[in-house]
Structures are given as structure tokens and as C-alpha cells.
Design a protein around this ligand. Structure first.
Ligand SMILES: [Zn+2]
Length: 306
């Protein structure tokens, strides 16, 4: 019997023992930050796969076609929405032909619907300029308070799709929130001495973080989200940044370095490579270590800059 079983493929095993296939809720997250929070809430009741890597630009993810099959097996799909994934997710979902994750299915979660988005345009939306934030800023995971909203929305969805384990999801949510509240107080204490410090970022990706911890965004290397800077834009930016007394130029490790280095040098600021996502470097393994790492890096850089 042992020998015969060994010869069976995984698929044959699942056909013989269909309960194995449903032992865990099969969750797919578009970016690793949602995936990390889903793991906190789901614990051992879920299997989580994240499509984007933390080292990628979330707007331009290299979504391999193999994810079609992953999505075909999903019980839950977690996306950010506000057009964060518009450039790469829709063809995967269409190809997956999975009713459980189609829009309006209980297993399809769009997180931005429950978040107070920053920079929501008041006028008509015009994408002709290539702005990748047409409905507001979609990088909301970088405020830990939003992390709590994301966690509770995920817990609701898991409970709806898998009511038998609703109690587990609820108690995991409570534990996550308690831990996050404690950590947030620590992070705020570390950042408090630097409130009002002027910084520059490459993309408008750290805005929620800056708002939560009281840093001021003096400008961005990109003239608009998703638009590469021209030399004339950079040359007009530098005197403005100099006048405002910018201390840090913050960029994710995957951004091009040349222009940020040039800007940092010319305004007398320090260039800081800062992951904006779980998995952004090898030290940032989950939602908590993302803030542990980023806060420590900023504090160390500003201590030096004083
Ligand atoms: Zn963006």
C-alpha cells in the first residue's frame, strides 16, 4: 500500500481524498503585505500565496501565467483595489475561471473599500497623463491603523467563507490588534522627536506612513505617480527642496538610484533605501518587522543627519 501511494501524484491523492483539498482555506493575496496579515488572521486554517514579491513595484508586477492555476484553486482573493493591480491582475482572474473569486463573490475582497484613502481627486479622473493613482493613494498598508482595518476585513471574509472556524479568526484578530497597538505605541515614541522633519520620496508610496508618524513630504522624485522625472523637472525640484530643508530622500530598494542620488547630493540630504512592503528585503519578513525595520532605519538616519 505504501509503495502504491508513493507512486500516486498529488492530484490523484486529492481525487482519492478530496477532504485534503479543503483542509485549509486557499487564500491568494495580490501583494505580500495583505498576505502577511492574512496569515496572522488565518493561522493554521489557511494557506496563503502572494502574487507580487516585496521587491517589486506593486503597480507593475511580473505576474507569471502560473498564477492562473493558483487563482483557479483559490477560495479567497485579497486585492487592494483603487487600481493598484489594474495593470496585471484582471487577465489572471479572467483566466482562472473561478466563481469563488469573481467580483461580488464572498471570496473576493477589495480592501480599499474599507479604507479612508488619501489624495482622492475631487475633479473628474483623467488617466491620459499616465497617473497610476487615479482614485487616490493605494499604498495604505504603511499606516498600522489601516493594518487593523485590513485585518478585521480579512477576518470577516474568512468567517463568511469558512464559518466553522469563525471563532479562530476572531481570536487571531484580537491578538493581532493587541500586538499592533503595543508596537504602534513603541514606533510612535521612537519617531516623536522627529515630527515635522521634511523628507522626499521617489513615488507617493510612503504617504500613509509619513502621515501616521508626523513626517512632512516636501516633494517626490516622480512628477506624478508612475511618471519618470525629466531633467528639467529635477532641476526645478532641487531649489524648492533645498529651501524647505529636506533631511532624507527615501526610496524603495527597487527604484533607479541615479536621480535620487543626484537630488540627495544637491539638497544636502541623506539617501535612504527603505522597503515599502513585506519581503522588501530579507529582514522584513512580516507586517511587524516591516515597521520595526523602517522606523529603526529612519531614526538612525535622522540621528546622523542632526
Ligand atoms: Zn503607487
Amino acid at each position: 500500500m505504501k509503495l502504491t501511494l508513493r507512486k500516486l501524484s498529488l492530484w490523484a491523492c486529492l481525487a482519492l481524498f478530496p477532504s485534503l483539498a479543503f483542509a485549509k482555506l486557499n487564500v491568494v493575496a495580490t501583494i505580500p503585505d495583505y498576505g502577511a496579515i492574512a496569515e496572522e488572521i488565518g493561522g493554521d486554517k489557511v494557506k496563503v500565496t502572494s502574487i507580487a514579491r516585496g521587491t517589486e513595484d506593486q503597480h507593475f508586477v511580473d505576474a507569471r501565467p502560473s498564477y492562473v492555476r493558483v487563482l483557479n484553486q483559490a477560495d479567497v482573493l485579497i486585492e487592494g483595489g483603487a487600481e493598484l493591480e489594474v495593470g496585471w491582475l484582471p487577465p489572471l482572474v479572467t483566466g482562472a475561471r473561478n466563481q469563488r473569486i469573481l467580483s461580488d463573490a464572498p471570496g473576493h475582497l477589495v480592501l480599499s473599500r474599507n479604507i479612508r484613502l488619501l489624495e482622492v481627486p475631487t475633479g473628474p479622473v483623467d488617466r491620459s497623463m499616465g497617473d497610476v493613482h487615479p482614485y487616490g493613494n493605494p499604498h495604505f498598508t504603511l499606516d498600522p491603523e489601516n493594518g487593523k482595518t485590513i485585518a478585521s476585513t480579512i477576518a470577516d471574509t474568512f468567517s463568511k467563507v469558512d464559518p466553522a472556524n469563525a471563532n479562530v479568526y476572531r481570536s487571531n484578530l484580537q491578538r493581532f490588534n493587541d500586538r499592533l497597538d503595543k508596537k504602534l505605541a513603541e514606533w510612535k515614541k521612537l519617531m516623536d522627536p522627529y515630527r515635522g522633519t521634511k523628507v522626499v520620496t521617489y513615488h507617493k508610496s510612503f504617504d500613509y506612513f509619513l502621515e501616521r508618524f508626523g513626517l512632512d513630504l516636501a516633494g517626490t522624485i516622480e512628477p506624478k505617480p508612475g511618471i519618470e522625472p525629466s531633467p528639467s523637472y529635477v532641476n526645478s525640484l532641487i531649489p524648492k527642496l533645498k529651501a524647505s530643508g529636506v533631511k532624507l530622500v527615501i526610496i524603495e530598494p527597487f527604484r533607479p538610484r541615479k536621480t535620487p542620488e543626484y537630488v540627495a547630493q544637491n539638497v544636502g540630504a541623506k539617501l535612504l533605501l527603505l522597503p515599502g512592503s513585506v519581503g522588501g528585503n530579507e529582514k522584513v519578513k512580516d507586517y511587524f518587522s516591516l515597521f520595526d525595520y523602517d522606523v529603526a532605519q529612519i531614526v538612525a538616519a535622522l540621528k546622523e543627519a542632526k
